[in-house]
Design a protein around this ligand. Structure first.
Ligand code: TA6
Length: 304
């Protein structure tokens, strides 16, 4: 479906059994990684991690919707969608797509390296062209470095290649797989202010850990330390360390929204929580000509 020199990429980067260029669902070009620590799949469409598992196991750490769309122009529901160069609704109210266009762009595969037997590093890139100028008239370079190993790491660098400053908001919209959302709590946000989307972005203060008994869609501000997901059902914890970010978004749509979304099954909301390392709300990034900013997140899973 997408015009690209797939065979060339496979010849350049492929190593049988370790780094495999493949056509994923919908024929989208993907790269499958296998090393001593983990197995993963990354879609070049969206620059999106779709799957991450400890080596040889079937324990998916990321949720990927059974109803996800795999088609040009549509975002893939699950894994780690990249929201860029804006997070959420179009900040200019000009009818542009929610969460920007990076998640519906075909990224270049720049480099794959193996710093160790238990770590594979994939570098993707996206640059401006006429298609994106219609949505965002700036010269940019975006680089996404993904580490697949005992941890999952992402570092996304935006460089302003133009002559004028621009503003950006962004997020790693990560869908963490959970056993049952009722057993999940998110720690590390206690005492912080958040903007509550279901209540017209009114400001509230977080008391205790975040738990889930209905829709949660919140933008936490002034986030300083790491954030933790505890899943008492799966007896699993995820430590999230963000850098270049003062914002965390926590989202679970709950039953009605899950049922209304065409790319989620009715009960999908029980099996994921999104905890997003972001720059959003009062944490937008302004980049002058030649300047750059890196948003990074490291995810580590362990037992409870
Ligand atoms: O990050 C939370 C959020 O902005 C929610 O408000 C919800 O709309 C979600 O992202 C999913 O958005 P999407 O466009 O991927 O359906």
């Amino acid at each position: 479906m997408i015009d690209m020199a797939f065979e060339q990429l496979a010849a350049l980067h492929g190593i049988p059994g370790r780094i495999e260029l493949t056509h994923g669902q919908g024929g989208l070009p993907c790269i499958d990684i296998h090393n001593a620590a983990a197995d993963a799949r990354i879609s070049l469409y969206g620059g999106q991690v779709l799957s991450f598992r400890p080596a040889g196991s079937q324990d998916e750490r990321l949720f990927l919707s059974e109803r996800a769309h795999y088609a040009e122009g549509k975002a893939i529901k699950g894994g780690i969608p990249i929201c860029w160069p804006w997070f959420g609704a179009d900040p200019d109210h000009a009818g542009r797509p929610a969460h920007g266009f990076a998640r519906t762009a075909l990224w270049d595969l720049q480099e794959v390296s193996e710093p160790g037997t238990d770590l594979t590093r994939v570098t993707l890139a996206l640059r401006d062209d006429e298609r994106w100028h219609a949505l965002w008239p700036h010269a940019f370079e975006l680089q996404l470095v993904i580490d697949i190993g005992s941890h999952l790491g992402l570092a996304m660098t935006t460089i302003n290649r133009g002559h004028l400053p621009f503003q950006l908001s962004q997020a790693f919209h990560t869908y963490f797989a959970v056993g049952d959302i009722a057993d999940v709590s998110v720690d590390g946000l206690q005492g912080l202010d958040y903007l509550d989307k279901p209540r017209a972005f009114e400001r509230f203060q977080q008391v205790g850990a975040v738990t889930f008994a209905g829709e949660v869609d919140r933008i936490y501000q002034a986030v300083a330390g790491s954030v933790r997901i505890d899943d008492s059902g799966l007896k699993q914890r995820v430590d999230i360390t963000g850098t270049g970010s003062r914002t965390a978004v926590v989202w679970n749509p709950w039953a009605d929204i899950s049922a209304a979304m065409g790319d989620l099954t009715d009960d999908a909301y029980r099996r994921f929580v999104c905890v997003e390392t972001a720059n959003a709300a009062d944490d937008v990034v302004t980049l002058g000509p030649g300047m750059q900013h890196t948003l990074a997140a490291v995810y580590r899973w362990s037992g409870l």
